[in-house]
Ligand binder design. Structure first.
Ligand code: NAD
Length: 380
């Protein structure tokens, strides 16, 4: 079984899907590992490091595709034309695994269907205990939460910890985290470690205990809990979000750094902070918007940019986990190689185990069809 590690082509994508340290285990399991030349260079992993661990370096994509049964990638670039052009080069029965952006139709999916390619999307890993070691979204969200706290501290005009100096006492900064999933919890933990006073809010009231266990305050509003399937939040109507914004306005008025992570899988991010609310915030305060790529939790966020509006610095972070490219690649590599090893029938490497719930949840295209009904509803 030949597997190929693709050199990423999406704009700003420096991660690599498999790091050198995970190559020997793959070879031991019976795979031959091919690396597209320089696939790991931007993440700090040289061709030589891969070679030393047994990978074969291939000069270009065309030759790589000719050799492999399975192609591993971070972002096949489904949303830009890279994905389509890659998919068009793949052959029938080849397999591609990566973050394929399955929540909306892309021409890349048409190409995968036409070519008869079997594809699996790492975004669709279920939130089950068995799948935890394959859960790329959690791995990346954890790094993103850390980055949000660190970037917030960097942009803030106030330091996070309390300091008692001969020139006077500096009070700790007030950090407010909106959305307490994986990223939110890490943002709370990191802000606490840096010495800030932290409060947090989520529409899923069951996260209160987790917030308290990190030593932060849980802010409660008079709103029903919006817990949905699989530990995610469910989408509420506009009247709900309007009430939420009204209740939150006062809470924001004394915060130095606000970190927003609120997300509904497959949907546009909910707007939690309007322009009026920004106007009510302290001058010099900071909003770090981790939902920027999905439209942003703040109305004034510009994805990929830092802007100052009404005296508030608003940072629209994009693909933020990739900032810590070395760690992000390492975690992704562990997730995707575990997924790869779980894909097969226990007795036969290369024979997909279609009885496995993780395989069934993540498949996007197979034999010119979209087998999963839910996925069909997004991209079919
Ligand atoms: P996510 O990225 O989908 O969303 C981030 C947070 O935003 C969620 O906590 C959500 O409730 C919150 N949110 C949505 N709308 C909001 C609004 N209007 N106002 C405030 N908050 C809002 O979430 P995630 O990080 O993927 O995690 C979701 C849950 O799944 C968490 O409880 C996490 O611990 C759990 N989880 C479980 C597993 C597992 O069991 N294997 C793995 C990962 C995550």
């Amino acid at each position: 079984m030949n597997i190929g590690i693709l050199k990423e082509r999406s704009k700003g994508e420096n991660r690599v899907s498999v790091v050198p340290n995970h190559v020997p285990a793959l070879i031991k399991l019976g795979y031959t590992v091919y690396l597209e030349k320089d696939a790991g260079t931007a993440a700090g992993y040289s061709n030589e490091q891969y070679q030393e661990r047994g990978a074969v370096i291939i000069d270009n994509l065309e030759s790589l595709i000719k050799k492999v049964d399975v192609l591993l990638t971070i972002r096949a670039g489904a949303a830009d034309n890279q994905g389509e052009s890659l998919a068009n080069q793949l052959k029938e029965k080849q397999i591609i695994i990566g973050l394929l952006e399955p929540y909306q139709p892309h021409q890349a999916f048409d190409a995968l269907l036409n070519q008869g390619v079997t594809s699996f999307s790492m975004e669709l890993i279920p939130r089950t205990t068995r799948a935890q070691s394959m859960d790329v979204l959690s791995s990346m969200a954890n790094l993103a939460g850390y980055a949000a706290a660190v970037f917030g501290a960097e942009k803030s005009t106030k330091i996070f910890p309390m300091m008692m100096t001969a020139a006077g006492t500096i009070p700790p900064a007030n950090v407010f985290v909106l959305g307490v999933g994986v990223a939110g919890l890490q943002a709370i933990a990191t802000s606490k470690r840096l010495g800030a006073v932290v409060s947090a809010y989520d529409v899923r009231s069951e996260v209160k205990e987790q917030v308290l266990s990190l030593g932060a305050k849980f802010v409660e509003f008079d709103l029903e809990s919006a817990s949905g399937e699989g530990g995610y939040a469910k989408q509420m109507d506009e009247a709900y979000y309007k009430k939420q914004r009204e209740l939150m306005k006062e809470e924001l008025s004394n915060k130095d750094v606000v970190i927003t992570t609120a997300n509904i899988p497959g949907k546009k991010a909910p707007i939690l902070i309007t322009e009026t609310m920004v106007k009510g915030m302290q001058k010099g305060s900071v909003i770090i918007d981790l939902a920027a790529e999905r439209g942003g939790n703040c109305e004034l966020t510009e994805s990929g940019k830092t802007v100052v509006k009404h005296g508030v610095t608003i940072v629209g972070l994009e693909n933020v986990a990739a900032h810590y490219v070395n760690n992000a690649s390492m975690l992704y590599s562990k997730n995707i190689t575990t997924f790869l090893n779980n894909l097969w029938d226990k007795k036969e490497l290369g024979k997909i185990n279609w009885e496995d719930d993780i395989v069934l949840a993540t498949v996007v295209t197979h034999q010119k069809e979209i087998p999963n009904e839910k996925t069909r509803s997004w991209i079919g």
